[in-house]
Design a protein around this ligand. Structure first.
Ligand SMILES: Nc1ncnc2c1ncn2[C@@H]1O[C@H](COP(=O)(O)OP(=O)(O)O)[C@@H](O)[C@H]1O
Ligand SMILES: [Mg+2]
Length: 332
């Protein structure tokens, strides 16, 4: 462990269905941080089990009082955290709040932005206030009454039913008939205490990664996601050949510019940090905001690394920019 290197804790795991994806993201990040400048440490976080996995595969428990490890009686502190946990507690503001308390900078959005954007219903309200189109929806909270007819008056059919704070399309359904709506809501409530029922938007799915480098906010090349399933569901997301990612997206330049400008506007409006990915459905005239991923996948199959490489960044240089930006955020 070289004293001159910057100690980076690459946090991975998490408590959601995206656990395995997170480990894959982290292993790519670890690989590209190896070198002269950084000493990357894989920190596994799952429920109460927090440990650092050393290169010789020994597990060293994390001291949660100061987020440090002790190896050979020597305390090792981390200079910065690289967030690779998708879903809770790495993408919803919980760990961000913990690191803020300890004064340790991290590569992802701050705690409030993370919490807001992880709540699809609340995020849609803020996004709509900027003038960007969002699909009409109804936000349901467990324990409060709701009426199927009132929901349908807002959303019509087909509609999408999703856990409000979910990810990876888990617990989500596309409902085409009224008699299936209640069952879909109950399925989504198994994943979360809040459910969002959203009007279906027909169109093509496009996505734009945005990050900050110094004074510049940069939109990466746009990708179109083409699912072979009814929608971009869990299976399509994680099974080879069930979805295709087209880079650059085959869209006209006016749409490309509009998508990039909208994504930069939202990055600023939501006060994002690090690299985030804005997802839209484009119906050939309107760009409909779908969601923002503030800890996007970083595995070899993920979209953001492809976007960055297509733009000409090596993953070493891209991750270096993200860490350098994060370290500027160090709490005073
Ligand atoms: N309102 C909608 N209209 C059309 N398709 C939708 C809508 N909402 C979700 N989908 C489909 O479901 C997928 C997952 O939805 P999303 O809101 O991104 O949830 P997750 O956070 O689980 O990825 C989208 O990529 C899209 O294919
Ligand atoms: Mg999504």
């Amino acid at each position: 462990m070289n004293q001159d290197k910057i100690n980076v804790a690459v946090i991975a795991g998490g408590d959601s269905g995206e656990y395995t994806i997170s480990l894959k993201s982290a292993s790519i990040i670890m690989k590209y941080l190896e070198g002269e400048k950084y000493a990357p440490f894989l920190v596994h976080i799952k429920f109460g089990e927090w440990y650092c996995l050393l290169p010789d595969s020994t597990k060293v428990e994390i001291d949660k009082n100061d987020f440090s490890i002790t190896v050979d009686k020597k305390k090792i502190r981390f200079d910065v955290v690289f967030t690779a946990i998708h879903g809770t507690p790495g993408e919803d503001g919980k760990l961000q709040g913990y690191f803020d308390l300890l004064g340790i900078p991290y590569t992802s959005c701050g705690s409030i932005t993370s919490a807001l954007t992880f709540n699809k219903a609340f995020c849609n309200k803020v996004v709509a206030s900027t003038g960007v189109t969002v699909s009409p929806s109804v936000h349901l909270i467990k324990g409060y009454e709701f009426s199927i007819d009132d929901i349908l008056a807002t959303t019509g059919l087909p509609c999408f039913v999703k856990p409000n704070c979910g990810g990876s399309s888990v617990g989500m359904s596309k409902v085409k008939e009224k008699e299936h709506l209640l069952e879909a809501i109950e399925t989504a409530f198994k994943e979360d205490n809040e459910v969002l029922v959203e009007k279906y938007v027909k169109g093509r799915e496009i996505t734009c990664g945005v990050f900050k480098n110094g004074e510049q906010i940069i939109a990466l090349p746009i990708v179109e996601v083409v699912s072979k399933k009814e929608f971009f569901d869990y299976e399509a997301k994680y099974t080879d050949n069930l979805a295709e990612e087209l880079i650059p997206a085959p869209i006209d330049s006016a749409t490309e510019i509009k998508c990039k400008e909208t994504s930069i506007l939202l990055y600023k409006a939501l006060n994002c940090k690090g690299v985030v990915r804005f997802d839209y459905i484009f119906n050939e005239s309107v760009l409909n905001f779908l969601e923002v991923n503030t800890v996007p996948g970083m595995s070899s199959a993920s979209i953001v690394p492809k976007m960055a490489q297509y733009q000409g960044y090596t993953l070493n240089s891209f991750y270096d920019i993200l860490i350098t930006e994060a370290m500027k955020q160090k709490m005073k």
